[in-house]
Design a binder for this molecule. Sequence first.
Ligand SMILES: [Zn+2]
Length: 275
Amino acid sequence: MKNREAIIEKIDAIETELIELGNKIHSKPELSFEEYNAVENIITTLGKHGFNIKKGIGELETAFRGEYTGKGNGPTLAFLAEYDALPEIGHGCGHNLIATMAVGAAIGLKEVAENINGNIVVLGTPAEEGGGGKIIMLENGCFDDIDYALMMHPCVNNLILRGGLATQGIRIEYYGKSVHSSFPEGGINALQAVIQTFNMIDQFRGLFPPIKTNVNGIITDGGRAANIIPDYAACEFSVRAATVKDLNMVMEYIEHIISTVEKLIGVKANIEKKV
Ligand SMILES: [Zn+2]
């Protein structure tokens, strides 16, 4: 039997086990860096199929490496498994399926390991909805000996090489001066600064690099009582662009907007960049 057929046959043979794994991860959504149950379920499956497991790699408790050492000198191929979920939504974009597909692909490929040279790895990469697990793993050497890394992401269409976007999170806190709204003079309204930030970002949208630039935000703190001018307000934005160059250009606009808002409203801003 040819390698390809043998791989497909193996994956078909473990279909029930794979679907169960996907369902288990889905039924207990865990947030970034807290994916303990997902990891246990995945490594149990990989262990059962002869993969050696190393947990807690790259200084991340919920990162792991499952490895099957093949014969000969060949490349080390890694299938990447994501498994974190979103707050309140759960597995919105199917990271449970990413993990399941990585496990299925690795076990399928292992079936023909005797015929090919090289090693098969499943890298468990936590915190992809936020936290940049892969970046931390990369910086801590988890990809040093990996020759190829492959990942599948669920989508409504079949695509190969959708490509990625450059992304940056930013949290902006504004500090003003609180006064009672019956005597508003002398107050510095931090919420006004947040509102201006949203409005000014909208004003500048027309100047952002047009392809795939995307800036979205939420207000996380907007004051505590309607009759008090808020001395503190904060917002967060998720910035995406086609390239790092485009992203930096958009970030420059946003930083310019923040310093303009400081001057306009009289607030002091604190900026925290997030992955
Ligand atoms: Zn996703």
